[in-house]
Design a protein. Structure first.
Length: 433
């Protein structure tokens, strides 16, 4: 069997193991080991398996991951999500659908200090859905806006998913953070536009909220000071070029702990829980990325990415057709995997193909990030949907599905804008770096 056929068989085997519910990290490592041995022998495969964990975890750039995870864990336990929601609600008070718009704003803000769509969706389900239900919102709107708004959590920097893309694609973290900012803000605006359209076409689904006084708005907006400080350190510090991503993450995590204790919103027990969550999450992520890198080494050995590029060029289809095919693949894959797993599995194969047909790796990373998050909310298995369902078991799963549908227009609009205007993702990195 040729090396290329071994690579194809390995891909089918990988997806078969995932369908059988084998953990992604184990599936990646096992397929990579067996495939490596089939091509280069067991001795070299075992040597590679032994050296890969050290070679990978020795990378200084990976130290940013546990620090950003810790910052998000502390922020979640210290009530910053509720403060964000109150501030966002104050901004939109008096408008029909204000609570739904506030949810989008809070998701975007919490994503800036959390970096995970699943964590954002879980947190905002507890904060926003009960409030919207209390005010008489249609349950489909309430759950749909949280599920879709949660996808903003990995797009607006800092984003742990972008850190992993940076490592596997050998691109700069600051450049990717800069590239994600404008598309992330546009994505939030598009969600609000969808809510406004529903409010006009079906006003009975979203009641009009009371107008807050100027003093009430000011009091609520003052609650944003914690998030603004953390965002300024974590992202502003990186953009300035004076500190590295790891240094920015370390300072931001420490400041988050200091603020939480100073404002008496965090106990020692909760801090210990945040540390344990950080250890557990980081260990899980590192386990996945070790398996993914070993799988990537095996893919390079098969020359499958080069063969795929040659095959696509032989089809004589336009570059945008290839990108559309990738988008469809990612959306389908998102029904079964989380964003990090999708990126780690597919980027070693798809990035060389994208580069061979003339696309920029920074732009491609942002597009992939948007598309994998769409997969997180598409039926029948979108993971964000099940996070919400687990938090609100009394809401019918069909209602969550139907609630997602209008917001797919926002995601589709952002994908279309990125394809029509690539400089939305490239302008800020070029300006800053």
């Amino acid at each position: 069997m040729s090396d290329g056929l071994i690579g194809i068989a390995a891909l089918f085997g990988l997806f078969g193991l995932i369908i059988l519910r084998v953990p992604v990290a184990i599936a990646l490592g096992l397929v990579g080991l067996l495939g490596y041995a089939a091509i280069d022998g067991w001795e070299r495969a075992l040597i590679a398996a032994g050296s890969t964990p050290y070679d990978l975890t020795d990378k200084y750039s990976l130290t940013v991951v546990p620090l950003f995870v810790l910052m998000g864990a502390v922020a979640s336990r210290s009530g910053m999500s509720a403060e964000l929601y109150r501030a966002a609600n104050a901004m939109f008070s008096g408008l029909r659908g204000a609570l739904a718009m506030a949810t989008v704003g809070a998701c975007a803000g919490f994503g800036a200090i959390c970096g995970s769509s699943l964590a954002t969706a879980a947190t905002m389900t507890r904060v926003a859905v009960p409030e919207m239900r209390r005010w008489g919102y249609d349950e489909r709107i309430a759950t749909g806006v949280v599920a879709s708004g949660g996808t903003l959590g990995v797009l607006i920097p800092p984003s742990v998913v972008l850190v992993f893309y940076a490592i596997i694609s050998e691109q700069g973290v600051p450049q990717l953070f800069a590239a994600a900012l404008i598309p992330g803000l546009i994505g939030a605006v598009l969600h609000i536009v969808v809510i406004a359209a529903i409010a006009i076409l079906q006003p009975e689904r979203m009641p009009k909220s009371a107008v807050m006084s100027a003093l009430e708005r000011l009091r609520a907006l003052v609650g944003l000071w914690k998030m603004l400080i953390l965002f300024g350190i974590a992202v502003g510090g990186i953009y300035s070029g004076y500190i590295s991503p790891t240094e920015a993450a370390a300072i931001a995590a420490l400041v988050a702990i200091i603020i939480a204790f100073a404002t008496r919103t965090l106990t020692v027990k909760q801090l210990m829980e945040a540390f344990l969550e950080t250890i557990w999450t980081t260990g899980m992520l590192f386990f996945i990325i070790i398996g993914a890198f070993f799988f990537a080494y095996f893919m390079a050995l098969t020359q499958l990415p080069n063969s795929l590029s040659e095959w696509v060029q032989g089809l004589q289809v336009g570059p945008w057709v290839v990108i559309l095919m990738m988008i469809v693949f990612y959306i389908v894959l998102g029904c079964f995997l989380d964003a990090i797993s999708m990126i780690l599995i597919t980027v070693p194969v798809f990035l060389p193909l994208a580069l061979s047909i003339g696309f920029d790796p920074i732009w491609f990373g942002i597009l992939v990030l948007v598309v994998v998050e769409v997969g997180m909310i598409t039926p029948p298995v979108g993971l964000n949907i099940f996070v919400i369902r687990a938090q609100m078991p009394d809401i019918a799963l069909s209602d969550v599905y139907w609630g997602i549908v209008p917001f797919l227009a926002a995601a589709g609009g952002l994908i279309a804008l990125l394809m029509l205007f690539p400089r939305l993702a490239l302008w800020l990195p070029e300006l800053l770096y």
